[in-house]
Structure formats: structure tokens, C-alpha cells
Design a protein around this ligand. Structure first.
Ligand SMILES: [Zn+2]
Length: 383
């Protein structure tokens, strides 16, 4: 009897402990659905992706699209981050343009969080941090470190094999939740496929001349520190990569493979008139060789195993012990700046002018946070 009572007390205590732990982890899990506050610079108008594909309205996958039209005739450029929210230099580059850009010719569209549901959770078994923080003048800002895949709460289960609708190409089932395998999208399929469909509608309707999909990749992956360009964007991309090399920013140039379907650099170019560009920087916090995965790794890229791999010649980026988010973001920002500057040279009437973007050197020197407003700023309404 005594033993039974003891067991019952232990069981109740364990049950209570499990309930408390479940409650706490649920709180932290759900908190990730809170969007990162951003402060668009003056002139941006906030729209939603569902404006180009109405069925997305009210779904968790709908995402802001910020539009700044200078009113001066010119071209249209789109900058998209957050296709893979565990590749933060992509998202931060879009945010730098969103919070800084002053467009004086043509039009600029910025989508900071392309796969909104992927922003709201972490990849299982990767031990990634949920957030990272940046020092900004007079405070700190938080940003989510999300997952490569759409949130399974809204799209589950993945099939055993993902069949790309337009080509019949077969990929692992998990690719169904990867926005960058979903283009040109399917309007009556899962949310990821609908988002891809909506992005294609936007590129067409807005007649976007030049469009960027911003990524990061593992330092041991060959396509890193690279521009991947659709056929029609190759000439411009070659000019930009030469200019970057001359400025001391080594950048590979890769043609978009014709047979690899579903990716932005291929399908945006094939299904719309845009010049499609995907860019990759080297992010140790998503690589397979990494050790402890925490906020510090996201921010600094410092990792002993990567240093060893670099010494053994196994990496595709120059690596001397770190690879800061500031550097990775500065690479993307600088490359976009050159693309935009040269757009008018290759496309008649396509010139776009964007001012107030920090230089590569400034971002390395002061960190990208130096160019963002604190949340406490009066101008910051978080919308
Ligand atoms: Zn990616």
C-alpha cells in the first residue's frame, strides 16, 4: 500500500512536470510565429503577397511585399529574402534595403520573409537557435532564425516522393515543403506551391526587370559565394562578378542548370520576363561540419571544425576562423548595388536608382546593425 502511494505520488509529480515543460516549450514554440518587427524607410507602401494571388489572404503563408515607386520612369527590381529562413544573410539583406533604400528612379519591391511559415519554426534535430540579436544604435534588435522548410503544422505530411508538377521531376518528399523547389507553383496545391505561384504572378504583373532570391549555403557546398544566373541574366551577372572581383569580393558565377526544375533562378526566368538571380554566401551555422550551434555561430561563423576543414582545403569559401553575418550580408548588399547600377546598361529604359545603402566597407567596419533603427525609436511602429 505504501509502495502504491509512493508510486502514485511520483506519477503525479512527473505528470505535473511534463505539463509544465510542455506549457513552457509550447510558449517558446508559438512565440516564433510573431513576425520580426521591421521599419520600412519612407516611401515604401506595404502590400501583401495575396494582392497578386487572393487565395493566400488570411493564410499563415501570406507575407508582406513592400513597394517603393520613385514616380520617375525606369525599371523594376525585386529583392527577396527568407526563402530559407535558416540562411539569415538573405533576410538581413532584404531588411537593409527595406529600412534604408531611397529610390530616385524606377521601382523597388522588397519581400523580406518569402516563406513566412518557415520563419515560424526551427528545423528538427538541427539544434538551431530560435533567434539572433543585433546591436543597433541605442538598443538591440531580434530576428528569427527559422527553418529551411515550410511549417508542417500547415502542410503535412510531405509525400514519399515530391513530383514537380510542370516537369514530372522527382525529388525527396521533403522538397515539397521547400519554396525553392516549388516554382512556378500550383494554385490549388499546398501553401508552399501557392506562395511560389503568387511570386510568379507578382513578377509578371509588376513587370519586374531584375529579381533576386537571396540564400546562404554550407561552406563545404560548391555553389557558395556565388551568383547563379538565368540565361537572360548572364551578361549582367558576368559584369557584376567581374566588378566584385576587382573590388576584392570573390564571387563565382554559375549558369542556372537547365534541367534542375522548381528553382527560382530557372523558373522565374522561364515563366516571366525577369532576369533571375540567386545568390549564396557561406553560412557555417547551417553546415554539416559545424559544432555547437548557437546564436554566436550564426553571428560570427566561428567554428573549429570549419577551420580544420579550411586547412585541409575542403571549403569553397576563404575561411580564416570566422565568417560573420555582417560580411555575408555585405556581400549580398554590394552585389545587388552593382546589379542595380548596371541594369540600365543592359536593359533599355530599365535603369533603377537606389540611394542610402551602406557600402561594403562600412558594413564590415561597423556591422550591419549600425544601419538599422532601434525598436525604441519613435519612428518605429513595427508595421
Ligand atoms: Zn537556400
Amino acid at each position: 500500500m505504501k509502495t502504491f502511494k509512493g508510486n502514485a505520488a511520483t506519477a503525479v509529480a512527473l505528470l505535473v512536470a511534463v505539463c509544465v515543460l510542455s506549457f513552457l516549450s509550447a510558449q517558446s514554440f508559438l512565440a516564433m510565429r510573431e513576425p520580426d518587427p521591421v521599419k520600412p524607410s519612407e516611401g515604401f507602401v506595404k502590400r501583401m503577397l495575396s494582392d497578386w494571388f487572393e487565395p493566400l489572404e488570411g493564410t499563415p503563408a501570406d507575407t508582406p511585399v513592400y513597394v517603393q515607386d520613385s514616380g520617375v520612369p525606369g525599371g523594376t527590381v525585386m529583392i527577396m529574402g527568407g526563402t530559407h529562413p535558416n540562411e539569415p544573410a538573405g533576410t538581413m539583406t532584404a531588411i537593409i534595403y527595406l529600412e534604408r533604400a531611397r529610390v530616385t528612379k524606377g521601382k523597388l519591391l522588397v519581400i523580406p520573409f518569402a516563406n513566412m511559415t518557415a520563419m515560424g519554426h526551427n528545423s528538427p534535430q538541427e539544434a538551431s537557435p530560435q533567434y539572433f540579436h543585433l546591436d543597433v544604435p541605442g538598443g538591440t534588435r531580434w530576428f528569427r532564425y527559422g527553418s529551411r522548410a515550410s511549417n508542417p503544422v500547415y502542410q503535412w505530411p510531405d509525400p514519399d516522393i515530391y513530383i514537380h508538377a510542370q516537369s514530372g521531376q522527382q525529388l525527396a518528399g521533403s522538397s515539397k515543403s521547400n519554396l525553392n523547389r516549388a516554382y512556378p507553383g500550383v494554385k490549388d496545391d499546398a501553401l508552399t506551391q501557392q506562395v511560389a505561384y503568387a511570386v510568379i504572378q507578382l513578377l509578371r504583373e509588376e513587370k519586374v526587370d531584375l529579381a533576386f532570391d537571396l540564400h546562404e549555403a554550407s561552406p563545404e557546398y560548391p555553389v557558395v559565394n556565388a551568383i547563379v544566373a538565368h540565361d537572360r541574366a548572364m551578361e549582367l551577372a558576368a559584369m557584376v562578378s567581374m566588378e566584385l572581383e576587382m573590388g576584392g569580393v570573390p564571387m563565382r558565377l554559375e549558369p542556372s542548370p537547365v534541367n534542375f526544375r522548381g528553382l527560382s533562378h530557372r523558373e522565374w526566368g522561364d515563366n516571366t520576363d525577369t532576369m533571375a538571380i540567386l545568390m549564396e554566401s557561406g553560412n557555417p551555422s547551417q553546415g554539416r561540419l559545424r559544432g555547437r550551434t548557437d546564436e554566436a555561430l550564426v553571428l560570427t561563423g566561428e567554428d573549429k571544425a570549419y577551420l580544420k576543414a579550411a586547412e585541409l582545403g575542403r571549403l569553397f569559401i576563404p575561411y580564416e576562423g570566422d565568417q560573420p553575418l555582417d560580411l555575408r550580408t555585405a556581400r549580398h548588399v554590394e552585389a545587388i548595388k552593382l546589379f542595380v547600377e548596371m541594369l540600365g546598361d543592359v536593359k533599355e529604359g530599365g535603369a533603377v536608382e537606389v540611394e542610402n545603402i551602406p557600402s561594403y566597407e562600412e558594413m564590415i567596419e561597423s556591422g550591419i546593425g549600425a544601419f538599422l533603427l532601434p525598436l525604441s525609436d519613435d519612428r518605429f511602429d513595427g508595421k
